[in-house]
Design a protein around this ligand. Sequence first.
Ligand SMILES: NC(=O)c1ccc[n+]([C@@H]2O[C@H](COP(=O)([O-])OP(=O)(O)OC[C@H]3O[C@@H](n4cnc5c(N)ncnc54)[C@H](OP(=O)(O)O)[C@@H]3O)[C@@H](O)[C@H]2O)c1
Length: 215
Amino acid sequence: MSRIIVLGGTGYAGSAIVAEAAARGHEVTSFSRTLPEQQTPGVTYVQGDATDTTALARVVDGADAVVGALAPRGALAEDFRHVYASIARIADAAGVPLHVVGGYSSLRPAPGAPRFVTDLSHAPAEFHAELTTVSALVSDDLPATPESLDWVFVSPAGRFGAHAPGERLGRYRVGDDVALHPEDGGEISGADYAIGFVDLIEQAEHHRAHLNLAY
Ligand SMILES: NC(=O)c1ccc[n+]([C@@H]2O[C@H](COP(=O)([O-])OP(=O)(O)OC[C@H]3O[C@@H](n4cnc5c(N)ncnc54)[C@H](OP(=O)(O)O)[C@@H]3O)[C@@H](O)[C@H]2O)c1
């Protein structure tokens, strides 16, 4: 059993990861600004703001793994990369691996090809800032962290999200930074993404790596 801290553990991706990790017997703490009405039994829900580095350090203290499941929306639209820089510093200082819920657009259609995010003409304009911000974590920010920080950035399939929760099928595939479904984006349910994500935490086989999960 590990102590797993999920920053944004009440959101779409985060709550699925919280539920999966708790079901496996891990000691799970969720951190978010608001507490959910429906709480997963056995999970500790901590209320706090990720822009507060003292609160972040407190919740990460004693953890075996930190999960970043925040989204660059609302108040975090501007602060997202800055907040992840703090999370990375705190995780590094604590010697704890950081697993980040990423986005499909930061993947590549083929080995060495530009990331999808370099041409967003296919995506609605209102999503461009979010896609660019999340992608910058894995293209710029995480690779620039000290080598001592163990990070894994896990992009989902293109058709992943609260608008398409899907079903738990109990299967997934793991790719590197090349999309498993470069043609149509592919799909994965929230529950199956969470299975793959918690497997990656438990197996700890990837280090400073960009991966993707899809059917
Ligand atoms: N197909 C795709 O590529 C795809 C689809 C969906 C999501 N994603 C990516 O996956 C990641 C997670 O997205 P999501 O849809 O799961 O997000 P979400 O449902 O909006 O959840 C965000 C979580 O972060 C928490 N949060 C927000 N601001 C916070 C703050 N300042 N301090 C502490 N907690 C805070 C929220 O709770 P509170 O508001 O209560 O604080 C919530 O728990 C994002 O990077 C997103 O871009 C990718």
